[in-house]
Design a protein around this ligand. Structure first.
Ligand SMILES: NC(=O)c1ccc[n+]([C@@H]2O[C@H](COP(=O)([O-])OP(=O)(O)OC[C@H]3O[C@@H](n4cnc5c(N)ncnc54)[C@H](O)[C@@H]3O)[C@@H](O)[C@H]2O)c1
Length: 248
């Protein structure tokens, strides 16, 4: 019960790692605000947490729209009175998410915008919406989901994804600097391939496999808990050794 009496906002919580994190926070005592662009799925996820005895609310939020982001922060305060944790999961590689196979130099501008807006601007918006509350509380943790692609660079379908994920490392350091005098921490977690999709098994790592989602969530839970009270402003690569180099 590391998160008893804590309130956690999780973006991209309708599926994959965001959904698993929301379930894990709830299981460890947090009240969870699940947000995602997919309304039915995020409401169903919150309902499923409530059915198993947890406290959760699901809200449709497009992270590219600041009013919706602000509304999620206000809903957290209205329902639960505080915001202790924000985890920015919403994202994905633009080529895959928008089913666009054009290489970067021919990529439509709306696909480029999607890659930057969802992966970077959405996280900036959510930080903007919660930081003041965390500073007032003198307590809070922001976790941003980077990617090994933000360190290695991205292929033709994930140039903007890579740029955005690199940007999250800067955002994390800035949040750490802004938040430190107020007891607010921020960390970035940059995974290699994770089996939220079977195709990720094809991406090579030194350890010869992709991560189970729970392996990433365990690190995130640790970093957002009081056990990690002296950790802020740093990026955690969790990639089975992929970024050591020499992988094709
Ligand atoms: N799976 C991997 O191998 C891997 C590796 C490194 C980093 N990551 C990062 O981890 C995060 C979660 O990945 P996942 O594999 O669980 O993906 P996922 O596709 O299961 O989850 C992403 C969620 O973001 C939501 N989303 C998309 N656009 C949105 C928007 N505009 N507003 C709000 N929500 C929106 C989707 O609906 C989805 O529920 C992503 O940021 C991803 O880039 C994943």
């Amino acid at each position: 019960m590391r998160f008893k009496d804590n309130v956690a906002i999780v973006t991209g919580a309708a599926s994959g790692m965001g959904l698993l994190a929301a379930e894990c926070y709830a299981r460890e005592g947090a009240k969870v605000v699940l947000t995602d662009i997919k309304r039915e799925a995020v409401e169903a996820a919150a309902e499923s947490i409530r059915r198993t005895g947890g406290e959760a609310v699901g809200i449709q939020v497009d992270v590219r729209v600041f009013d919706q982001v602000q509304n999620a922060a206000e809903t957290a305060l209205k329902c639960y009175g505080r915001i202790d944790i924000l985890v920015n999961f919403a994202g994905g590689a633009e080529g895959r998410m928008l089913k666009c196979s054009a290489p970067f130099h021919e990529m439509p501008i709306d696909v480029i915008d999607w890659g930057l807006d969802v992966n970077l601007k959405g996280a900036v918006y959510f930080c903007r919406a919660v930081l003041g509350t965390m500073m007032k509380q003198k307590r809070g943790v922001i976790i941003n989901l980077g990617s090994v692609t933000g360190i290695e660079g991205g292929g033709p379908g994930s140039v903007n994804y890579s740029a955005a994920k690199s940007g999250l490392i800067g955002l994390t350091k800035s949040m750490a600097l802004c938040g430190a005098p107020y007891g607010v921490r921020s960390c970035c977690v940059s995974p290699g391939p994770v089996l939220t999709r079977t195709a990720m098994a094809n991406m090579k790592t030194r350890l010869g496999r992709a991560a189970e989602p729970k392996e990433i969530i365990d690190l995130i839970l640790y970093l957002s808990s009081d056990q990690a009270a002296f950790i802020t402003g740093t990026n955690y690569v969790i990639d089975g050794g992929r970024s050591c180099g020499g992988m094709d």
